[in-house]
Design a protein around this ligand. Structure first.
Ligand SMILES: C[S@@+](CC[C@H](N)C(=O)[O-])C[C@H]1O[C@@H](n2cnc3c(N)ncnc32)[C@H](O)[C@@H]1O
Length: 324
């Protein structure tokens, strides 16, 4: 997975544009960026409007989220805002100069960190329960053919026991330890502020028995063959990341769904009243379009079912999230 995504010539390393292969909330609607901008405004207040407000997008893809937020910021906010895209892929030519583009997160952050669909692309190993006990699954990178490999490391076994216990032969666990470490390193860099991870996720009480490893290419799901031709992703054990973030210094946590988080931030899918179609057809159409986009972002069977993990350091969680 590491080689296929980030190695020489890997899917992301060579600069594949996520929007050409799958649809994230960022591509679905600018209303997602508007909701994040609202969260940023709350974080800004909690921090006492610092002279430099960091906005870090980890796994920024094409940078669309930062471009939207920067574009709609007031001149006062834009003057203090330090937008940083953390992205392994090369910087697209159309990203404004005001946005810093770098391959690794900054050492110290005061502000808001957002990681939308980043953790599901952090490479992991799969362990399968066999009649001889748990085994790390080995994959032929050319064909995707799998076979049982060595016993997992003690650290992987410990993680599985705590977060994804295997019961029957054939059961599989996607060992989310690298995601926990990746998330902890983000929270650990927060001096003061909020970090939010948004992703396909599951919790211990409802892990998918056979795992979620999936490939994406050109908008379709394909076999997860790690040959560099497709995106390879697996849902995120966000409850495990929560514990890792707390160990890394998070002082407050909220684990919720995108549906609830976005509703708390004012994104609702309710349609405009039909009378408006007669009194103001243009406004009606605009409101209908907004409602459609909001409905997609909050659809419990789709993007709305994503997990939102919000953890703060040195400040309380923003009130809208606490109340939502
Ligand atoms: C699924 S895309 C999400 C893009 C964007 N956040 C969005 O919502 O449209 C995941 C991105 O994370 C980037 N990525 C993954 N691991 C990374 C890492 N360790 N450092 C920087 N970028 C990373 C990949 O290159 C890819 O562009």
């Amino acid at each position: 997975m590491e080689q296929a995504l980030y190695g020489q010539g890997g899917f992301y390393r060579r600069g594949e544009r996520p929007a050409e292969h799958f649809r994230t909330s960022v591509h679905a609607s600018p209303r997602f960026a508007a909701a994040v901008a609202r969260l940023l405004a709350e974080v800004d207040v909690l921090l006492g409007r610092p002279g430099r407000l960091d906005l870090v997008d980890v796994g920024a893809g094409c940078g669309g989220l930062l471009v939207e937020i920067l574009g709609s910021a007031s001149p006062e906010l834009a003057a203090r805002l330090n937008p940083v895209a953390v992205e392994i892929a090369p910087r697209p030519a159309d990203v404004p100069e005001a946005i810093t583009w770098r391959p690794d997160p900054p050492d110290a952050v005061t502000g808001l960190v957002v990681a939308n669909e980043w953790l599901d692309n952090v490479p992991l190993d799969v362990v399968e329960q066999t009649p001889d006990g748990p085994r790390t699954v080995l994959v032929d990178p050319a064909t995707g053919a799998e076979r049982p490999g060595p016993e997992p490391s003690p650290a992987d076994l410990e993680w599985a026991e705590r977060w994804w216990p295997l019961r029957e032969p054939g059961d599989r666990a996607e060992i989310g330890r690298p995601r926990c470490a990746a998330w902890a390193s983000v929270v650990g860099r927060l001096e003061r502020g909020l970090a939010v991870a948004v992703d396909y996720s599951h919790v211990r009480a409802a892990r998918p028995v056979y795992g979620t490893l999936t490939g994406y290419r050109d908008g379709a799901t394909v076999a997860a063959v790690p040959d560099g031709s497709c995106d390879i992703t697996a849902h995120v054990a966000l409850d495990a990341c929560t514990a890792a973030g707390e160990r890394a210094g998070a002082s407050a946590t909220l684990l919720t769904t995108q549906r609830d988080a976005l509703r708390a931030l004012g994104v609702t899918g309710s349609r405009p009243p039909i009378e408006m179609a007669h009194s103001d057809p243009r406004a009606y159409l605009a409101a209908l379009c907004a409602a459609g986009e909001n409905a997609e972002l909050t659809d419990a069977e789709g993007l709305g079912g994503f997990g939102w993990l919000a953890q703060s350091v040195g400040v309380p969680l923003p009130e809208s999230l606490r109340d939502g």
